[in-house]
Design a protein. Structure first.
Length: 111
């Protein structure tokens, strides 16, 4: 467990930095769009108000599949000191969550 803690802390710090950078870049992009041209009220509303239901769905799916990955790991037999199997299982489950979110959005856009 002592070997895993620095790895988790490093990943958490990188995620926080990535979220901050993405938020700043999204802000700058929206600001440039608003300042650069004449836009109607509907477009302005869509730029300033993110769809909270889709954000909740995204994080709900990611957390669900992440928890499912942890449950699967609990039942798999592996050597905890030398195996990277838990990381692979968790990454695959999180990727499945992102993929399911993407497919749900694609289905919604087609309608």
């Amino acid at each position: 467990m002592k070997q895993l803690a620095p790895f988790i802390v490093m990943i958490a710090i990188l995620i926080v930095i990535a979220v901050i950078i993405i938020a700043l870049l999204n802000y700058r992009l929206k600001l440039r769009l608003i300042e650069s041209s004449n836009i109607d009220d509907r477009l302005l509303d869509s730029l300033t108000k993110p769809d909270a239901r889709l954000e909740a769905l995204k994080w709900g799916l990611i957390l669900f599949f992440g928890g499912l990955g942890l449950i699967i790991i609990e039942f798999l037999p592996f050597d905890s000191t030398a195996s990277s199997l838990p990381y692979g299982v968790e990454i695959v489950c999180l990727a499945a969550g992102f993929l399911s979110y993407y497919l749900l959005l694609q289905g919604k856009e087609r309608k």
